[in-house]
Design a protein around this ligand. Structure first.
Ligand SMILES: Nc1nc2c(ncn2[C@@H]2O[C@H](COP(=O)(O)OP(=O)(O)OP(=O)(O)O)[C@@H](O)[C@H]2O)c(=O)[nH]1
Ligand SMILES: [Mg+2]
Length: 659
């Protein structure tokens, strides 16, 4: 397993994951926060570096302000290199030190400081460390040749979560291999401090550390040990034994404070070697490989978590797409609440007559055949309309276009509201295949951990309606486009849509063709002209009446309704779409005539509505939803591909590690 860590393929794959995960998260509008950025930093700093396994380990002194970090640094170096003083927060930048043999090696410094993104400069004057700036280095032949020692700024000077030096400290700690944590009696049990260090030690990859307790000489070994164990427990939990390399005490000494002496470090556990011996004997290759493999495992585990988040967001996006398209279907349907039966029928009759075989036309001219005076029939409509009751409303020609306008206006307003709202609320029929998909998506997203409750999609069974109500938050991906749309002049969009109102009532070329095909079809089926006459008689009796009837376009089979029921080709999410043209009881049709009328009108209604449903949907997409739908579809397409690739790459890495 360990040899594989420096494997080139593994490195390349890791590099891909490292760029793909933030890209996927950005693509889906996920907030990367610190988590994903810190993860990427670790990969850059620890896994994608070109360090040879025998490269010296970076050992970093860390601790709260004025805990004695610089004093300890000087103690290890054997001379006063780093400034020490009573006011916490003295050191403002990182100081590195190593043996001259190392520092003189070509490219050593650039490799060492690669994680910092800047080359260090030699320390000229101790005071440089008192102001912020690039890291500096100083030579010290007292430092074991397998180590590079860092002195860091404190991470706790400041107040209320604003720590002046923490970012600099964090950068150094994240790039180091071993930590030396120095604490005092006043801060050993400070959870905020140990939590921060613990994150550095155990966050991604497990690092080992030395504990240095700066303590009053009067403290008994048992007390010192107890306090040190508290610290170790706070840092590593139950794993403390495996990761604490040694515990040392540095007794308070005025000679140290006055700069006359360096610290004296004594092992707390009596069998431990001296601190310097412990440093000298560090198995740097072993520690590096163990660290790299634990970082790699954690990095992959984190990658899987991030990938889960992106998958969940991707699911949420396709759920939103389904909800938006379902909402659009409802609005399109709403725009087609009225059906101009009279207009369609009149045209059909015209087509029928004009496609009559010549001998019938001739007969008609000579009066051998009953004329079909449609105008007269239409006039009777007015007298009949008063007979209708309940939901069956009456419309004449002018009212019809008013009604269409009203339908269209409320449909487009509803569509805009759904598109721009913070959430879509939509009913989906239980029977629709899309409902299953949406329902599964809701379950999957809700089972994800760490999501805010108000953002979670919801579903409720609507008792008695055979439907599920979905409430789906607008996905982050659509927010910018929603903003753009809000800034548009809605009045003029509305006008533009209304100016196209005729697409609902007009007899388009498609419909002309459909009606002609139907006429030919009927003629072929009927054959005998007596039958044809019979049929027209029925039509004439009834068409004026039906012309005045509101038709009901509904989902779900309108069982028991009296009228002409037609199953339409499904709109998105509305597969069970029916149109019903009520036939009033007053029409006086005989049962047989009714059946014939249904046979005749049914296909005409069907052809008309199917073509209108598409026309209105196209209009909505052009004027309202098109851009958002496009953005969602594009994002889904590219994030699907990216997710798949990351999935494969993570699997490849894991396979590489276990083989
Ligand atoms: N009496 C006593 N004072 C010490 C000892 N070690 C350090 N000090 C003093 O504690 C103060 C802080 O020490 P530093 O080494 O500067 O502490 P630091 O952790 O580097 O502090 P910052 O860089 O400000 O974060 C200085 O005045 C030191 O002289 C010790 O063993 N005994
Ligand atoms: Mg210091």
């Amino acid at each position: 397993m360990m040899e594989n860590i420096n494997d080139q393929h593994l490195n390349d794959t890791l590099r891909k994951i490292r760029t793909d995960i933030p890209r996927a998260m950005d693509m889906l509008g996920l907030d990367r926060h610190k988590a994903a950025d810190a993860w990427a930093q670790i990969i850059d700093k620890k896994l994608l570096t070109r360090l040879a396994p025998d490269f010296p380990l970076t050992i970093t002194i860390c601790g709260g302000g004025s805990s004695g970090k610089s004093t300890l640094f000087n103690t290890i170096a054997g001379e006063q290199l780093s400034p020490v003083g009573g006011s916490a927060g003295l050191n403002r930048r990182v100081l590195a030190s190593a043996h001259s043999e190392l520092l003189e090696k070509e490219n050593f410094l650039s490799a060492l400081f690669e994680p910092f993104g800047t080359l260090p400069l030699p320390l000229k004057n101790k005071d440089e460390l008192l102001s912020r700036g690039h890291p500096v280095y100083v030579l010290s032949n007292a430092i074991p040749k397998n180590l590079v020692l860092l002195d860091t700024p404190d991470f706790d000077t400041g107040a209320k979560g604003v720590y002046v030096n923490r970012d600099v400290a964090r950068q150094a700690l994240e790039s180091s291999d071993i930590l030396i944590y120095i604490f005092t009696n006043s801060n050993y049990n400070n959870r905020e401090n140990t939590d921060f260090i613990s994150e550095m030690l155990t966050g991604i990859g497990m690092r080992k550390c030395f504990l240095i307790y700066r303590v009053y000489p009067s403290f008994k070994t048992r007390e010192v040990q107890e306090h040190a164990m508290t610290v170790a427990g706070n840092l590593y939990g139950s794993l403390a034994d495996q990761y604490v390399l040694g515990v040392y005490r540095a007794d308070e000494d005025n000679a140290v404070a006055s700069g006359e002496k360096l610290m004296t470090l004594r092992p707390v556990r009596k069998d431990d070697p001296s601190f310097i011996d412990a440093l000298m004997n560090i198995d740097s290759v072993g520690i590096r490989l163990a660290l790299l493999s634990s970082i790699l495992n954690d990095v992959l585990a984190r990658a899987e978590e991030f990938l889960e988040q992106t998958k969940s967001s991707n699911t949420a996006l396709s759920l939103y797409l389904d909800a938006l398209q379902t909402a659009q279907s409802h609005c399109v349907r709403q725009a087609l609440s009225h059906f101009p039966v009279d207009r369609v029928m009149k045209r059909f009759v015209d087509i029928w007559l004009s496609t009559d075989p010549p001998f019938i036309r001739a007969m008609r001219k000579t009066g051998h055949m009953v004329e079909l005076p449609f105008k007269i029939a239409a006039r009777t409509a007015k007298t009949i309309k008063d007979a209708f009751s309940g939901r069956e409303k009456a419309f004449d020609q002018e009212n019809f276009s008013e009604a269409v306008k009203e339908d269209l206006l409320s449909a487009v307003n509803r569509m805009r509201y759904q598109t721009l709202n913070a959430q879509i609320s939509v009913l989906a029929a239980l029977k629709d295949p899309v409902t299953r998909r949406m329902s599964d998506a809701v379950d999957r997203i809700r089972s994800e951990k760490g999501l805010k409750d108000e953002d979670l999609p919801r579903k409720e069974i609507e008792q008695g309606k055979g439907a599920i109500k979905f409430v789906v938050s607008a996905h982050p991906v659509v927010l910018p486009q929603q903003e753009t749309m809000r800034a548009l002049d809605w009045k003029s969009i509305q006008e533009s849509i209304l100016s196209r109102q005729s697409i609902i009532s007009e007899l388009s070329l498609d419909i002309e063709r459909d009606l002609t095909d139907l006429a030919n079809g009927f003629r072929r089926k009927m054959g005998m002209w007596t039958k044809i006459r019979q049929m027209f008689a029925a039509l004439l009796n009834v068409v004026p009446a039906t012309a005045a009837i509101t038709y009901i376009l509904s989902t779900g089979d309108p069982v028991g309704a009296v009228g002409i029921k037609v199953k339409l080709s499904g709109l998105f999410g509305l597969h069970d779409l029916y149109a019903l043209i009520a036939i009033p009881a007053t029409s006086g049709l005989k049962k047989a005539d009714q059946t014939q009328l249904k046979e005749m009108l049914g296909p005409i209604i069907q052809a008309w509505l199917n073509s209108k449903l598409i026309a209105v949907k196209d209009l909505f997409e052009k004027e309202i939803t098109g851009n958002i739908l496009q953005i969602i579809q594009d994002t889904l397409k590219s994030s699907d591909a990216l997710i798949q690739r990351i999935d494969d790459d993570i699997a490849k890495c894991k396979k590489g590690l276990t083989s």
